[in-house]
Design a protein around this ligand. Structure first.
Ligand code: SF4
Length: 358
């Protein structure tokens, strides 16, 4: 399988004037010096030494993360981009990727990014609901998001949209609305991040004062699952679901609530797979057989998936496997990976041997 690698270069937004309630970058980076050009080069070289020549490697991207790349001074942006551009021109990397805020997009900014052959712009949209944006201290409204996305697409950049789940005043309905609005815009990629309450943030204060209640892991999975379905059904590639521990820039090491889970994507995809398997099973169960499984000579149900979805089908720590074995004690379940790219989850059943669903 062809692989895609990202070389992450973290460029914090020093002196960011915004006050996003969930952000601890300001507190942490306030006393750190800027990332030097040598550090950028060293990061790229270190990654390239492990990636170059790796079998099946198709594309390598340099990605400037940190939230607001186009909010840093223009000359500093150009200095970082000059390096990335040099690597792209030499053919050692293939794409330049950066993330920023919707209100840091303008003709002038995009002209400069075009000059350095930037490919992908990811916007931290977080929500399309103005109430959620205001309650989260984002400092821009949804109108700004639509305008920024439209301009990015007009310039021909690949567009990414990041959405957060469980911000203040958010709800399942607002999450679904945000996913549907994202579909209307039509980004190529998306990321879904449940909101985590981290030390050194206003959200932590709100939590301690009883003004904010974080989602439980289960609630976050339910909301994210709906958004995931809407986005993937529209052909949008979801490149990240949930934060990794290493993403949480937190010198004190403390987070509150139970929203964070290190295998969050697997929980979401496992839940989607379970729903699909339940639907397949109930659709194809011979009528009124549940009380009398014994009438079947074989009671085997084989769920299958392509290799990408296999671990989701089994579920985190085998939870889907356990679920079916517990809920349907009269049946024998098998789980197989098959070599079919277009099949996420399928099922064949022994009581109707010719029957197979894709
Ligand atoms: S998340 Fe908000 S407050 Fe934090 S660095 Fe980005 S724009 Fe600034």
């Amino acid at each position: 399988m062809k692989k895609h690698a990202i070389i992450p270069v973290f460029i914090p937004h020093q002196g960011c004037p915004n006050n996003c309630v969930f952000c601890n970058q300001k507190a942490i980076t306030a006393h750190r010096p800027d990332v030097t050009l040598d550090e950028v080069r060293n990061t790229i070289e270190t990654w390239l030494s492990t990636l170059t020549g790796r079998e099946g490697m198709e594309t390598i991207e340099i990605a400037f993360f940190g939230g607001s790349f186009t909010g840093i001074p223009p000359e500093q942006q150009s200095a970082y981009l000059e390096i990335a551009h040099e690597y792209k021109e030499s053919g050692r990397i293939h794409k330049i990727h950066l993330s920023t805020r919707p209100d840091y997009i303008s003709h002038e900014i995009l002209d400069n990014l075009k000059k350095y052959k930037v490919d992908v712009i990811e916007l931290g949209v977080q929500s399309f609901d103005d109430g959620v944006l205001a309650a989260s201290g984002r400092g821009h409204d949804s109108k700004c998001v639509y305008e920024a996305c439209s301009l990015i697409k007009e310039y021909g950049f690949e567009l990414g949209i990041q959405l957060m789940i469980g911000l203040p005043q958010d709800s399942m309905e607002k999450c679904i609305y945000s996913a549907m609005e994202a579909v209307k815009i039509g980004p190529q990629i998306a990321r879904l991040y449940p909101t985590i309450v981290i030390e050194d943030t206003e959200l932590m204060e709100m939590y301690r004062n009883g003004k904010y209640t974080p989602l439980t892991t289960e609630e976050a999975v339910e909301r994210t699952k709906e958004m995931y379905r809407i986005l993937t059904d529209a052909g949008i590639n979801i490149i990240r679901v949930g934060l990794k521990s290493s993403d949480i820039i937190n010198e004190n090491g403390s987070i509150e609530g139970t929203t964070f889970h290190p295998a969050f994507r697997q929980l979401v995809e496992g839940s989607i797979a379970r729903d699909k398997m339940e639907a397949l099973l109930s659709e194809n169960m011979p009528e009124n057989v549940e009380p009398c499984w014994d009438r079947f000579v074989s009671k085997e149900v084989c769920f299958y998936s392509n290799s990408k979805w296999f671990s989701a089908m089994i579920g985190h720590k085998g939870c889907n496997k356990k679920h079916f074995e517990t809920c349907y004690p009269g049946l024998e379940f098998k789980f197989n990976a098959i070599d079919m790219d277009d099949t996420l989850i399928g099922m064949s059943v022994a009581w109707s041997p010719d029957f197979m669903i894709k």
